[in-house]
Design a protein around this ligand. Structure first.
Ligand SMILES: Nc1ncnc2c1ncn2[C@@H]1O[C@H](COP(=O)(O)OP(=O)(O)OP(=O)(O)O)[C@@H](O)[C@H]1O
Length: 700
């Protein structure tokens, strides 16, 4: 509601003159009601919030005051000239005698004293009222030789003998009058508006005290406004009476409202579409909610203003949700450049054996889904490599990839790392709090390595986050929505842990949506040399492996899987030889020295069949021999076609031609007997003995 001000003047004409300024300065804030003695009088005035008394001559003043209800706000006007008028007076020759003509002689005297106050003291003014009675006509006659007259908009009263008229126009309210009105009506925001500022600028006379004060205040306010207007977050200041005292440019843009239209109005009046009542009524602050304004999703949070423990209002902070998200996204991308990035792709996962190829194929398909993935594999099989590759293959590839090893941190630290914390939530909590990895990984992937080590209580919290898709920092109540794809990895079979009761079943089913099993290296021996070669190139190292060493690599158990293989290759790079022989292998790799003091590899030497089959193809020969062994046990006969077909899904796919070559080789060594006709080929007793020995030794 607009405030009401009653303007009390002597004449209707003065009212009209003042109205021009008042309406311009106080647009939208005040409703003015004009009263004048020559028109409607002061007796039937409305009940106003303030009475502006412009009739200051002593005979009218007392009467004016008697018409104002007691306990009302009153401002007694004072008037001055504007700069433009004064410039006209300054052009008058120094020492000249000039008439000052006004509505009455008293008013003419008053105008002269105003000019003197402003510093016009070198002109001899003769005050004169209207020449409308014999006495005044007589007085004017005395000044017949004065040819110049100055007036304040009353040229109609200038005597005929005057040749030059300088009209200074009507006088205007002083700065003091306006500031007093503003303070009494509690609408200080007016002082920040353009019309007020330009009005004050054009006054010939300024009040030093008020000026200094407003200068200081506006200096601070200017800086404050500059800061507020330079940010892209909307800030709305609301006082205890629910009135808006601040409304920055971003708020204007977000809400499509003009500052001047909302300042000093209540939120009910100007922002009825915003749910601000709850804050006023409950003093509920620091709360965040999403609201829709004109079809746009806006985040609204509030922060209270407390001075000397007294609630003084609050700031409503608004931001287009999309802008907020974009900003978060940019921050996340910066983080991405600081290391939260997946390094490997499926091309980095070397291996041609059918099992690995299959796993890679399935994993690539799973990359496209948002469901959680659980990777199982022995230590060093490449679980982390797979996690990187899956992320890089997914539509989240440009978003953060955040990895954490659940075995590396004590429970409470792991919790604060994952979920973040608020300032002061525990001893040692960083000032300003800290975002958790879930928040960092938003829109990307979180890789939880060695998840089997996570405590049961953390498992519960993790499950909650995965179910609700939101995190709450430790010590906070603020809920943050997150969109994170989880890839978990484990060295142990989580299913077994669930059965033993050491891992929560519900969490298992949530993370195991898409399972991946990576086979240990010993089950894909066909890949050992290929992977070794890849590692050698990545180091880079120049050496070659001798045939013997290659055989050893193919038969070795590789308990530490590819990590162990990498360590051995790195070791060999230091040996600095162009060809690596058995004795160059790391001491831990070799078992004993022979009688000549040379290293030898027990497993290798014990594998007598190594000398029988061509070294490069040992595995394939053993595979075919075992097929004949199995056929004998099952009393079926097989030939090269069955062998070739069956081998296709193994690590050693064979063509029929290859199968035929191997069978003839085995036959040459009396391990297999080739019979003509329908019976097909068959394993010999020597062949059976060889396989039994292999099985007994636990190999193949
Ligand atoms: N198929 C592969 N080709 C080439 N290098 C590989 C392959 N798989 C794993 N590696 C390498 O082996 C090492 C171990 O891999 P990774 O750390 O991914 O294994 P992990 O299963 O996560 O091990 P852990 O369970 O101990 O964490 C890494 O140096 C990785 O680059």
């Amino acid at each position: 509601m607009k405030k009401k001000v009653a303007v009390m003047c002597v004449s209707k004409k003065s009212n009209e003159f003042y109205a021009k300024h008042l309406e311009n300065i106080f647009t939208n804030k005040i409703e003015f009601f004009y009263y004048s003695l020559d028109e409607n009088g002061f007796e039937n005035m409305i009940k106003a919030d303030l009475y502006l008394v412009c009739s200051t001559s002593s005979n009218v003043f007392d009467y004016s005051m008697s018409c104002i209800p007691s306990d009302s706000n009153v401002v007694i006007s004072s008037i001055t000239f504007n700069k433009e008028s004064i410039e006209k007076v300054k052009k008058i020759r120094e020492g000249a005698t000039i008439l000052m003509v006004n509505l009455s002689k008293n008013m003419a005297i008053e105008a002269v004293s105003t000019l003197n106050r402003i510093g016009i003291n070198d002109i001899n003014f003769i005050p004169l009222g209207p020449t409308d009675n014999s006495e005044s006509i007589k007085e004017a006659e005395e000044y017949k030789n004065i040819k110049i007259a100055v007036t304040c908009g009353e040229s109609r009263y200038i005597p005929d003998f005057v040749e030059e008229v300088i009209d200074l126009g009507g006088r205007v309210f002083t700065e003091r009058v306006l500031v007093e009105m503003i303070l009494k009506l509690d609408i200080s925001s007016i002082m920040k508006t353009k019309p007020f500022k330009s009005y004050i600028q054009q006054l010939a006379e300024r009040d030093y005290g008020i000026d200094e004060l407003t200068r200081k205040v506006s200096n601070i306010e200017l800086k404050f406004d500059l800061v507020l207007d330079s940010i892209d977050i909307g800030v709305i200041g609301i006082d205890v009476n629910n009135r808006i005292f601040e409304f920055n440019t971003a708020a204007e843009n977000i809400l499509h409202l003009k500052k001047e239209d909302v300042l000093d109005k209540t939120t009910d009046e100007s922002l009825p579409f915003m749910p601000l009542n709850i804050y006023r009524d409950n003093l509920l602050t620091n709360d965040v909610r999403l609201i829709t304004i004109k079809g746009v999703l806006v985040s609204l949070r509030t922060t209270s203003i407390v001075q000397n423990e007294n609630f003084k209002g609050y700031f409503a902070i608004i931001e287009r949700f999309k802008d907020e998200e974009d900003k978060q996204r940019k921050l996340r991308l910066q983080l991405l450049n600081r290391g939260h990035k997946a390094k490997y792709t499926f091309d980095d996962i070397k291996g041609n054996c059918p099992i690995l190829k299959k796993v890679k194929e399935v994993a690539a398909k799973m990359s496209k889904s948002n469901a959680s993935i659980l990777i199982y594999g022995e230590s060093g099989t490449g679980k982390e490599l797979f996690a990187h590759a899956i992320h890089n293959e997914s539509h989240r590839k440009d978003m953060p990839f955040v990895a954490i090893n659940c075995a590396a941190l004590p429970e409470n630290l792991l919790e604060s790392e994952l979920f973040g914390y608020e300032e002061g939530s525990f001893t040692g909590a960083k000032k300003g709090g800290k975002a958790g990895l879930f928040e960092y990984a938003h829109t990307g992937t979180l890789f939880l390595d060695e998840i089997e080590n996570m405590s049961q209580s953390l498992q519960v919290k993790l499950l909650r986050v995965l179910q609700e898709k939101e995190v709450i920092r430790i010590g906070s109540e603020k809920i943050t929505s997150i969109d994170v794809k989880i890839i978990a990895a484990s060295n142990e079979k989580i299913k077994d842990m669930v059965n033993k009761g050491t891992f929560r079943k519900d969490l298992y089913y949530r993370i195991n949506a898409l399972p991946i099993n990576i086979p240990p290296l010993r089950e894909r021996k066909g890949d050992v040399l290929l992977i070794a070669d890849g590692i050698k190139k990545s180091i880079p190292a120049e050496f070659e492996l001798s045939d013997e060493v290659k055989e050893i690599f193919m038969t070795y158990e590789w308990e530490g899987n590819i990590r162990e293989l990498r360590n051995v290759i790195e070791y060999l790079a230091y040996v600095d030889k162009s060809v690596i022989n058995i004795e160059d292998l790391p001491p831990t790799f070799l078992d004993e020295k022979d009688s000549d003091g040379k290293f030898y590899h027990r497993e290798y030497n014990n594998k007598f069949w190594m000398d029988i089959f061509p070294r490069e193809k040992v595995e394939k020969y053993v595979y075919v021999l075992k097929m004949f062994y199995k056929a004998k046990k099952e009393k079926v006969s097989i030939g090269r076609k069955n062998i070739s077909d069956a081998s296709q899904n193994t690590d050693y796919p064979l063509s029929e031609q290859e199968a035929r070559t191997i069978i003839s080789y085995l036959a040459k060594n009396q391990l297999v007997l080739i019979s003509r006709g329908r019976k097909g080929s068959e394993i010999t007793s020597k062949g059976i003995e060889m396989v039994d020995k292999m099985v007994e030794m636990g190999k193949y």
